[in-house]
Every structure is written in C-alpha cells, then in structure tokens.
Design a binder for this molecule. Structure first.
Ligand code: 13P
Ligand code: SF4
Length: 347
C-alpha cells in the first residue's frame, strides 16, 4: 500500500540522515516530492548538488540529464542514483553528439570561427562536453538571457542547442529580430533559413519539448475569452507565439514565486507541467490556478519516478547494493565541467 511504502521511505531517510540527499524537480509527483530534502528548478538543483559535500548518495528525483549534471558537479566519492532509468527527456534526446559534430562542421564552413555554442542544461553530458570544449556554456531557463548576452561578447554568433524555443524566446528578448535567427535541422543536416546568412546571429537547433509544445495560441485565445481577467504565465520552452501572448514567462521557480506573490483572488492560467500546476492550485487556494491547456500536460518521463521506484532505489542504497547509478565518464566530464562552471560562475 501507499502507506506502507511511505513508512519504508521514512525509515531509510531516518536511518541514513545526511548521508542520503533526495533532490526533487518541481515537475515530480506529490508522492515523491514530499520526501525531497530540497526542491528546485534546474539551476537550483545543479547548485544544490554542487554545494552538498556531506551526502554520500544523491537520489535524484528528476530526469536523466539532471542526474548526469549532479554527477559531474559532485565528487567521485558521491554517488548519484536515478530511481527509474527510463526517466529521460525527449528534448535532451533531440541532439545527439554525432549529429552535433556533423552540424558544427557545416556551420564552420558557413560562418568560419565566429560561432560559440550554448546548450540548454536539458542535454546529454556528451553535448555539454562538446560545448565546454568549444568555449561555450550551459544555460537554464532562469539564466538564459544573461548567458546569451555573455556568449555574444565572446563571438559574433551563437549556436543554441537543443531547444529552439528557449533560444528564440531569449534572443528575441535581447532585441535580436527573428530574421537574424536561422534554424538548423539536424535530421536533414541543413539550415531552414531563407535570409542573408551574413546577418545570422543565432543558430537554433531544431529541438523542442513535447510537453510545452501542447500549449497553443488557440489555448491562449480560448482562456482569454472565457476569463478576460486571467493572468497567463508560461515556461519559455513554449513556442514564441505563445510566449508573446502570455503575460509572464520564466522558469519553474519563477512561475512559483510569481504566483505565490500574486494578490488573493487573481486568476492564473499556467503553461507548464501538470504536477506543478496541480500543486500550485492546491497550495494557493486563495487564487484560482489552472492549466493553460484544458486537458493538462504531463511529462511522461518525469512521471516515471514514482513512490515504488523511489522506495526501491533508496532501500538498495541502504543495503549496499546500489542500483541505477548515473556516472559520467572522465573524458566527457572534463568539457561538461567547463560548460557548467562557466554558467555557475555567472549565475
Ligand atoms: P526549469 O525547472 O529549470 O524551469 O526546467 C523546466 C524543465 O522542463 C525541466 O525539464
Ligand atoms: Fe524534458 Fe520537457 Fe519533460 Fe522537461 S518537461 S523533462 S524538457 S520533456
């Protein structure tokens, strides 16, 4: 039963104390997040993993790239465990290293040595390694603007991997016109761009988050018609047109802070993962909070981490039979550390 599993988790947590650190991303289920020692957006989770020196084990309740990041940022002695190995990220999977190296070669031919790569933290360690070695950095949704500003002081052009929407939304906020953004299609191995290549400032990798793609202009229009007084807040992984029509856009931590500080009685349509929207609605009952998409949008892979997997993973840690350990090989860790450190220093 649920109660039995909860008792087992509590028992292990009490027994292991600070030796075990459970981190939880805001998209995790309530049944899991209730046991997190700390919760956060991607940047905060990376910072907390990097700062924690006392935990021998980190049970990462989030997705694979987050656990990889935690492994890169912790010492060799600290072990990171992902309770369900199937918890990947379809966005991170949209850029593989082979495709990236092929694309980079074409881009070098087109633009010479004028490009610096930036990668959204939602990417594999191999991509972070490539980016770090090329002098670039990682970004999250909460520091993308600052990181893009920095990158444009380094080179004339930026390749932004793998989320075209976060890249486009951030560049647009910096005043870069859409005509100066070319899209790179990694499957076709060519640009989707019809303008003058000399003017290109941003190369957007053609990837997207399948969860945030479910929030549409249609949703925004319908909600505004139904609730003329609504505030619309979305994650910047949503398409440009949706972000443009929304009132606010930002990381999960930003969404939480904004709604927390809003006036009682206000209405909020939220364009992000369902578990976070439901949690906000349950917590701030003095406000009306609902999903921007009436059918709700769930991240399949975030939801794979559930109470049975968490229980199993930490019980195995306690028994000394580690399962689902996430390790990033030394070679790849080198460049990815550079990319992550550049970001952490500027954040
Ligand atoms: P943040 O929590 O950093 O906003 O990231 C959202 C997300 O989609 C994580 O996969
Ligand atoms: Fe990846 Fe999107 Fe799920 Fe976040 S919400 S883990 S970006 S698929």
């Amino acid at each position: 039963s649920v109660e039995e599993l909860e008792t087992r988790v509590r028992k292990i947590k009490d027994k292991m104390g600070k030796k075990l650190f459970i981190l939880g991303h805001h998209y995790q289920k309530d049944e899991v997040i209730q046991f997190a020692d700390a919760t956060g957006d991607s940047l905060q989770l990376a910072q907390m993993a990097a700062r924690n020196k006392e935990a021998e084990f980190i049970a990462f309740c989030g997705v694979h790239f987050m656990a990889e990041t935690a492994d890169i940022l912790t010492t060799d002695e600290q072990k990171v465990v992902l309770p369900d190995m199937r918890a990947g990220c379809s966005l991170a999977d949209m850029a593989d290293i082979h495709q990236t190296l092929l694309g980079w070669e074409v881009m070098q031919k087109q633009f010479g040595d004028t490009i610096i790569p930036l990668t959204y933290i939602n990417s594999t360690a191999a991509i972070k390694d490539f980016v770090g070695r090329q002098g670039g950095a990682t970004v999250t949704s909460s520091n993308a603007r600052k990181m893009l500003e920095w990158a444009l002081t380094q080179k004339d052009r930026v390749l932004f991997l793998p989320d075209q929407h976060l890249g486009r939304n951030t560049a647009f906020d910096l005043g870069i016109p859409l005509e100066q953004m070319a899209v790179w299609n990694p499957i076709m191995e060519r640009f989707e761009y019809e303008g003058n290549f000399d003017n290109v400032k941003i190369i957007l990798w053609k990837g997207h988050c399948s969860v945030h793609a479910l929030f549409t202009v249609e949703n925004v229009k319908n909600i505004r018609k139904k609730h003329p007084d609504v505030n619309i807040i979305v994650h910047p992984e949503c398409a440009r047109e949706v972000v443009e029509l929304a009132d606010y856009a930002g990381s999960t931590a930003y969404i939480i802070e904004t709604i927390k500080n809003a006036e009682p009685g206000t209405k909020w349509a939220v364009g992000t993962e369902m578990n976070l929207v439901n949690r906000l609605a349950a917590k701030y009952t003095d406000k009306k909070i609902f999903s921007l998409n009436p059918f709700m949008c769930a991240c399949l892979t975030m939801n794979r981490i559930d109470l049975p997997h968490l229980t199993w993973a930490i019980e195995m840690i306690d028994r000394g039979e580690l399962v689902n350990q996430i390790t990033v090989g030394k070679e790849i860790a080198e460049g990815s550390t550079l990319a992550l450190d550049r970001m952490l220093q500027l954040s």
